[in-house]
Design a protein around this ligand. Structure first.
Ligand SMILES: NC(=O)C1=CN([C@@H]2O[C@H](COP(=O)(O)OP(=O)(O)OC[C@H]3O[C@@H](n4cnc5c(N)ncnc54)[C@H](O)[C@@H]3O)[C@@H](O)[C@H]2O)C=CC1
Ligand SMILES: CC(=O)C(=O)O
Ligand SMILES: [Mg+2]
Length: 437
């Protein structure tokens, strides 16, 4: 099933006569729905109850499907459930014990009194905590909830599904223990103070969905004040993956980045970091637009060129990247022939890739494929493997080049679930860390 549509499960009561399931399938198909799994819940003499999963474009189409099933004689949609919500029931991650605790001997080994000896070993030699606890493999995923995806300041608790998602990805892609930490403050001093105080339990800090401009100060201060690696994913994870996509797009389109003009729409956390990365990587010039004057001034301070009108930026640039959180911001008629367009906002892009391509773009991608999931797991795996206490610019460039090197000809980035990509990123980052230390 495609992942940009709504997925719903319909619980339907169907007459127990041959051909009934076919009638439901036809009703769903004629209304434009796409059928996934079909599950039989109960078979009775008169009625059979089935769960049918359908993929639909929008809520209106869902309503149409339900109405058309209900107009069939003897058929009734009893309930509609949301597969995505169902997948989140009870949360997506779970802290689990690695040790079986079946006997009293196990208990005294894993817990008291045995554990006290381990505490004393660590007290005498604190670095042994990395051997005898999971601190060496744990990263805090810290948010204040101020820029959750492109949903804005919805608060840390509403942002928890995203943090649990990052945690699940850390675990499954690179075996890191990612612990979500929700902060009940947006005050930079309090964020820094709180993260510093919880830092002893972790070997790295991934700042996530902390909005601009306070994210810049928070990250800089934590980097300076902590002796473990700190990275704001929305800035640097995104910049890494965007650079990888730009490298691939330039290669495929025969564009030399050193001769290219890049336009960045949205100069917040992601946008400013992307500009800085592309300028450092040698783009000829980087233009940037934002509705905030301060954001444009920040770009200018880093050597970029602010532009006031989006249309002007679209006209002047070979490569356009957007991270505003505003769905549909880029109009089809602004797209130039042969342009490379990365509309990276989640959950919905500034322009659909199909529309950008139809309007003449040579390459187009959105934030579901060009996504920092390709970056942050391998970056932290590499940094932890190298036992480095920082994430540096050369490590980020090495990560971007590793992602680009795993990309198939014609694609902009590799498939995020390809474990080999994350291994390559980790190796490249570890190598870059060892080269600088
Ligand atoms: N694909 C990916 O891996 C990633 C995508 N993103 C997406 O980028 C978007 C922004 O995220 P952040 O940079 O963290 O947020 P942010 O809040 O730090 O930045 C958003 C910026 O866009 C500007 N903006 C908003 N509306 C605008 C408009 N109509 N015209 C011009 N500028 C406008 C704001 O002034 C702000 O500077 C979100 O939708 C997020 O999902 C962010 C990180 C990773
Ligand atoms: C992917 C991500 O981190 C974001 O959209 O905020
Ligand atoms: Mg994010």
């Amino acid at each position: 099933m495609a992942y940009n549509k709504l997925i719903r499960t319909l619980m339907i009561e169907i007459p127990s006569v041959p051909g009934s399931l076919g009638k439901v399938a036809t009703a769903i198909g004629l209304s434009g729905g796409d059928i996934g799994e079909v599950e039989t819940i109960k078979v009775g003499p008169a009625y059979t109850q089935r769960n049918i999963t359908v993929q639909v474009e929008n809520e209106e189409q869902l309503v149409k499907i339900i109405q058309s099933i209900n107009t069939l004689e003897g058929f009734r949609v009893q309930a509609v459930s949301d597969e995505v919500l169902r997948a989140h029931e009870g949360g997506k991650v779970h802290m689990k014990s690695k040790m079986p605790i079946q006997s009293l001997a196990d208990l005294s080994r894993v817990y008291t009194p045995g554990v006290a000896d381990v505490c004393k070993v660590i007290e005498a030699e604190p670095e042994k905590a990395k051997i005898y606890t999971n601190i060496g493999n744990s990263v805090a995923i810290v948010t204040d909830g101020t820029a959750i995806l492109g949903l804005g300041d919805i608060g840390p608790v509403a942002g928890m599904p995203v943090m649990e998602g990052k945690s699940a990805l850390f675990d499954q892609l690179v075996g890191i223990n990612g612990i979500p930490i929700l902060l009940d403050t947006k005050n930079p001093d309090e964020i820094v103070e709180t993260v510093k105080r919880i830092a002893p339990g972790f070997s790295g800090i991934l700042l996530e969905d902390i909005g601009s401009p306070h994210c810049f100060e928070v990250e800089e201060r934590l980097k300076a004040e902590l002796d473990i690696p700190v990275m704001h994913d929305d800035q640097h994870g995104t910049a890494v993956v965007t650079l990888a996509a730009v490298i691939s797009a330039c290669k495929s389109a025969g564009v030399d980045l050193k001769e290219a003009t890049v336009g960045q729409i949205g100069l917040g956390a992601a946008g400013l970091a992307i500009c800085r990365m592309l300028m450092a990587y040698g783009a000829k010039s980087v233009l940037g637009a934002d509705r905030s004057l301060e954001a444009k001034e920040r770009l200018e301070n880093y050597g970029g060129t602010p532009v006031d009108e989006l249309e002007e930026l679209m006209e002047r640039c070979d490569i356009v990247i957007a991270t505003t959180g505003v769905q549909g911001l880029i109009k089809k008629e602004w797209v130039q022939k042969g342009q490379i367009i990365l509309a990276l906002s989640n959950p919905k892009p500034e322009i659909e890739s199909a529309d950008a391509l139809a309007a003449g773009a040579a390459y187009a991608a959105d934030g579901r494929s060009v996504n920092n999931v390709l970056g942050f797991p391998g970056i932290f795996r590499g940094v932890l493997n190298a036992q480095s206490n920082k994430v540096t610019h050369p490590m980020l460039v090495a990560a971007a080049e590793a992602i680009a090197s795993c990309t198939k000809a014609g694609d902009l980035v590799p498939q995020p679930l390809d474990r080999m990509v994350h291994e390559r990123v980790a190796e490249a980052v570890e190598k870059a860390a060892n080269a600088t230390e």
